[in-house]
Write a protein that binds this ligand. Structure first.
Ligand SMILES: Nc1ncnc2c1ncn2[C@@H]1O[C@H](COP(=O)(O)OP(=O)(O)OP(=O)(O)O)[C@@H](O)[C@H]1O
Ligand SMILES: [Mg+2]
Length: 236
């Protein structure tokens, strides 16, 4: 059984039929990437999993349990963390305050200290800036904070939407390595990524999406060897 399974979902914005039968899975320990052009429906897929954009048909399952009808908070409590495209770091709160918001209660002081140590292990830069307010962080630091805030909820699955967008090449490389480490230590990741190289490097499997439908599913090697799919659906 897959940790996360999206089964034939149809999601609309008003009358616009955006997701037209999307199915995908992420197994325990996998990095699975959704890749595709602007407007393909990648973010809508993540929003559908989180119950923000509600599928009209189809199901989302976590460890086999149907979570399609649950509210967004309940879904987060079940163990799915969402790192949105626009990062949503709270600009008036400090790094530490932002991280505390990400902790889903019940961790107590000792638990909280341990969690913070763990995320600062991934992102030492955030420890240096612990009392800095969100608005004074660079784009890269905000992205780190957004991911760190997801991690402190101890998710089973993290949905990460275009983490490398707008970052300098060195930071892209750095962040790619950090995501790989987070995954190796046990967090399943469903990633949306437009940079093919990053996607190929990080993923165990990829889905290519176009116009609200999955057009290809395979391993990085299979996608590398398929120039037709690359030319039809990816900007390369
Ligand atoms: N709130 C909304 N209301 C109406 N239409 C929307 C809304 N959000 C997205 N759309 C439309 O839904 C389609 C899919 O958008 P989505 O944001 O899921 O694409 P995406 O693959 O994440 O693209 P990008 O790479 O630009 O982030 C697009 O045609 C977009 O214009
Ligand atoms: Mg998007």
């Amino acid at each position: 059984m897959s940790l996360l399974a999206v089964e034939d979902i149809h999601t609309y914005y008003g009358e616009a039929h955006i997701l037209q039968g999307v199915s995908l899975t992420a197994g325990e320990g996998e990095v699975v990437t959704l890749i595709g052009r602007n407007g393909a429906g990648k973010t809508t897929t993540l929003r559908s999993i989180m119950g923000i954009a509600r599928p009209r048909r189809g199901h989302v399952r976590l460890r086999g349990d149907d979570i399609t009808a649950l509210g967004t908070h309940a879904i987060a409590h079940r163990g799915i963390a969402w790192v949105p495209e626009e990062r949503r770091v709270l600009s008036n709160l400090t790094v530490l305050e932002n991280l505390r918001l990400g902790m889903l209660g019940g961790s107590g002081t000792n638990g909280a200290t341990k969690l913070l140590d763990e995320v600062f292990g991934y992102f030492p830069r955030l420890r240096e800036r612990i009392d800095q307010r969100g608005r004074f962080l660079s784009g890269g630091e905000q992205q780190m904070l957004a991911i760190a805030r997801g991690l402190v909820s101890r998710p089973s699955v993290m949905l990460v939407d275009e983490p490398t967008e707008g970052l300098a090449p060195l930071l892209v490389q750095n962040l790619t390595e950090i995501l790989a480490t987070i995954n190796r230590r046990g967090t399943t990741i469903l990633l949306v990524e437009q940079t093919l190289e990053v996607a190929l490097r990080l993923s165990h499997r990829l889905y290519v999406m176009d116009q609200g439908q999955i057009q290809f599913e395979g391993t990085p090697d299979q996608l590398r060897r398929d120039p037709t799919i690359q030319q039809r659906f990816l900007e390369i």
